[in-house]
Design a protein around this ligand. Sequence first.
Ligand code: PMV
Length: 325
Amino acid sequence: MSVALAHPNIALIKYWGNRDNDLRLPVNGSISINLDGLFTRTSVSFGNAKSDSLTINGSEVGGKGLARVSHILNLVREMAQMNEHAIVTSENNFPSGAGIASSASAFAALALAASNAAGLSLTQPELSRLARRGSGSASRSIPGGFVEWQMGKDETDSFAFSIADATHWDLRDCIAIVSASHKKTGSTEGHAIAGTSPLQLARVADAPRRLTLCRRAVLEKDFNALANIMEHDSDTMHAVMMTSSPALHYWQAASVTVMESVRAWRAQGMPVAYTVDAGPNVHVLCPFAVQKEAQARLQNLPGVENVLVAGVGGPARLVESISSR
Ligand code: PMV
């Protein structure tokens, strides 16, 4: 049995749309940070069971959820040339439906635990590629700290790597929860319709510029430059979402209140910046020094239910490994 732990991540430069939905090859590269303190812990053991089984947070999961996990297990079985089925048990230490995508940490932990349990010893790029097949953003939860997922030329070089480790810059993500309900349209369906927006081509064409600016801001620890490019990137992604067919509106009134407040606070000199994924909750980044103040201000905004705080997290890692082969 192997047990692995992986953090979710938040993208500073995001991807929305795949050029190959099956292989989950993105239309552009992306940059993210892993979220420390939040994690998925997954155990995998191969044996004589008749089929794969999956338990998430104590409840047995079948249907599409299990099929997605079996897809990764099939890739592992193929690589290890084995055919035993697996018992997969997974737990998140963060509330499900809190607006933090658990698929990134879940598929990163699964890729590591399953490959190790099968006796494989994959390199970090190989693990990142495997995790990508379950959920694109999971490729970014394999390396630690500040991470870039290069779009790559094909399946073989579309993986993520660290551009700076977790200790490089002490940023905090204050996640303003405005709604804990599940998202209306999941990212897999969203990626598939991104190309129906007339804005998508322009957003994709401009991605190399945004990636360069973000990479530089991270390496130089230039918060103001990071704030400008990450907010712009989030806004253009939501513009694509809102103008696709069918239209996807993820923002709620309270999300807009948080974004407007963050912009106003920054204009007054406070280093804070927002980014929003495929849901209504707003991730507010800031340096450690202003975390308490940012958290208190966010908590006082109308419509904000709760504020979760995470630092910059490390790579996916094995926490226990008892090889059965
Ligand atoms: O990799 P997925 O299918 O979970 O999609 C992630 C999409 C966004 O979170 C909106 C953007 C991103 O790059 O993480």
